[in-house]
Design a protein around this ligand. Structure first.
Ligand code: C2E
Ligand code: MG
Ligand code: MG
Length: 411
């Protein structure tokens, strides 16, 4: 929409008029009403580009209005306002976003003119994060889906070396030093181009290719991490390499020995290799997973519980299995700057980790204010686009030079 029109629905005329004045001073045409019938009339007749909606109103509350807007397929950007407290506001924002509405953000009353102007200008908060789909839900194989992954093709790609590994840095929240890298697999498909792991890892799990995939990533990432002239390994004795493993790996009794052999070949002590496991996957075969994970720890490897806070039985897993690190799921971290709720969850997870003697890592750090918050609450490590995107090996040296201003140390 190329025009700027704000329609305000608020049962308090003083607040409504004030918002109208602020919007007009920001170059918007603005209309205000306290009546629902008039609001829906203006919606159809005047077609606003933006809507400011009070959550608490007599008659029909803001949540009902949101449902009605969703039903009409409303395309306007919506600002939710209220004095009900951030918890409720956040939930309303999430609910509206899940309804498919375009949420500019939430404003807690009393709010400043600047906060409203920022939201109107689009520089304020964006819509609250919605939970990400689990890999299993996105990896279709049906013949009717043209994007489906063909297992035979995946097996061939593994043989031909079409899969590659990208490395995302982790830094210490406190002093910013380099803590390590997470290895993330990708597929460079000859016709389709880049395919992200969420699309094919679940296929590999289902089709019995996951052990091959894990070994592939482990071998390549160790070779990179410990290779000649490699800064991450040669430069700092305490940097770590993180590799994701699947639930299926936990029933593969030979994995421990293979991992040990690969580490020995690369010359990396096992305590610098961290295996990341999602909390839901650790549950599938509780007895086998406890045994294998314990063996990995006994051999010196580190273990991380990934995406913490999104799965089931998190507490049970955490108490039962021998993890050394807890990774706060990125859905909380990515929304920390705009959601009080998310910040509280992050703090609780970090505190929980500390009480259990685990190192905490927050992934999905996208801005400086979130990093600042993590520092404040004593989170150990941070990972995210704000620090560094996943990069191919050769790009990492440049990233280190740029961030730390030092030449890449020789091994
Ligand atoms: P994960 O292990 O939780 O990895 C973190 C994911 O978050 C990565 O997505 C990374 O690119 C993304 N990420 C990191 N920081 C940010 C940020 O600031 N903003 C946003 N929006 N995203 C961020 P990616 O590479 O697409 O991987 C998705 C998942 O695929 C991984 O989640 C992991 O569960 C799985 N995966 C990746 N590589 C492997 C592998 O070699 N083996 C197995 N079994 N799974 C893998
Ligand atoms: Mg991970
Ligand atoms: Mg994760």
């Amino acid at each position: 929409m190329s025009y700027n029109r704000l329609l305000i629905l608020d049962d308090d005329p003083l607040i409504g008029r004030t918002m109208q004045a602020i919007a007009e001073s920001a170059g918007f045409e603005a209309r205000f009403t306290s009546a629902h019938a008039e609001f829906f009339g203006e919606l159809d007749g005047w077609t606003p580009s933006h809507i400011a909606l009070d959550l608490v109103m007599p008659e029909m509350d803001g949540v009902q209005v949101i449902a009605a807007l969703a039903e009409r397929g409303c395309a306007a950007r919506i600002i939710i306002t209220s004095g009900v407290g951030l918890r409720v506001l956040d939930a309303a924002g999430r609910s509206a976003a899940e309804h498919g509405l375009d949420i500019a953000g939430v404003l807690s009353k009393p709010f400043s003119p600047v906060a409203l102007r920022n939201l109107l200008a689009g520089t304020g908060v964006a819509e609250p994060a919605t939970p990400r789909a689990r890999p299993a839900q996105t990896a279709a194989t049906s013949a009717s889906d043209p994007m489906a992954i063909d297992p035979a093709e995946l097996a061939e790609a593994l043989q031909r070396g079409e899969l590659f590994v990208a490395y995302q840095p982790k830094i210490a929240c406190g002093d910013g030093r380099l803590a390590g890298f997470e290895a993330l697999v990708r597929w460079r498909h000859a016709e389709r181009g880049f395919i992200p792991p969420d699309r094919f890892v679940a296929v590999a799990e289902r089709e019995g290719l996951i052990d091959q995939l894990t070994d592939y990533v482990l071998e390549r990432s160790l070779a990179w991490f410990c290779g000649p002239g490699c800064a991450p390994c040669g430069g700092g004795e305490s940097t770590t390499l993180s590799v994701n493993i699947s639930a299926r790996t936990l029933v593969d009794a030979s994995f421990v020995d293979r991992a040990l052999a690969m580490c020995a070949k690369a010359g990396l002590p096992p305590n610098r290799l961290i295996f990341e496991l999602t909390e839901t996957s650790a549950m599938e075969d509780p007895v086998a997973s406890l045994e294998l994970l314990t063996r990995l720890r006994v051999k010196g490897f580190q273990l991380s519980i990934d995406d913490f806070g999104t799965g089931f039985s998190s507490m049970l897993q955490l108490a039962r299995l021998p993890f050394s690190e807890i990774k706060v799921d990125k859905s909380f971290v990515m929304s920390a700057a705009r959601s009080q709720e998310s910040r509280v969850v992050i703090r609780s997870i970090v505190d929980l980790g500390r009480s259990l003697g685990l190192r905490s890592t927050a992934e999905g750090v996208e801005d400086e204010s979130t990093l600042e918050y993590l520092r404040e609450i004593g989170c150990d490590l941070a990972q995210g686009f704000h620090i560094g995107r996943p990069m191919e090996g050769p790009a990492v040296d440049g990233w280190i030079q740029q961030r730390y201003g030092t030449p890449v140390p020789s091994p």
